[in-house]
Design a binder for this molecule. Structure first.
Ligand SMILES: [Zn+2]
Length: 81
C-alpha cells in the first residue's frame, strides 16, 4: 500500500520504532539530521518517519542509545577491513 506522502509506511508503531533505530545505526546521522520520530499518518493509517518536531522519547532511553552506539562501533570496525 502506497501512501500519498511517498514515505515508507510501517504497519505498527513497533515496526516503525525498530526501523527508526536501524536507520540511526546505518546512516549515523549528524546531530540535527535525519528522522527523529515516528507518527501515525492520517492518510494511510500507517506509521512514518519524521525529521521535524521533537526527538522520540524511545531514542533517549539508555538501552536504545547503548544499542545504537554499539552497533555503529561494530559497523565502523567492519568497514575498516
Ligand atoms: Zn501515510
Amino acid at each position: 500500500m502506497k501512501c500519498v506522502t511517498g514515505k515508507n509506511a510501517y504497519e505498527s508503531e513497533e515496526f516503525a520504532r525498530e526501523a527508526l533505530i536501524q536507520n540511526r545505526i546505518h546512516f549515523n546521522h549528524r546531530e540535527g539530521n535525519g528522522p527523529i520520530n515516528i507518527y501515525l499518518c492520517s492518510d494511510c493509517n500507517a506509521w512514518h518517519f519524521t525529521s521535524t518536531g521533537t526527538e522520540a522519547d524511545f531514542l533517549k532511553e539508555d538501552e536504545v542509545i547503548n544499542r545504537i552506539q554499539k552497533e555503529i562501533r561494530l559497523r565502523n570496525w567492519t568497514d575498516e577491513y
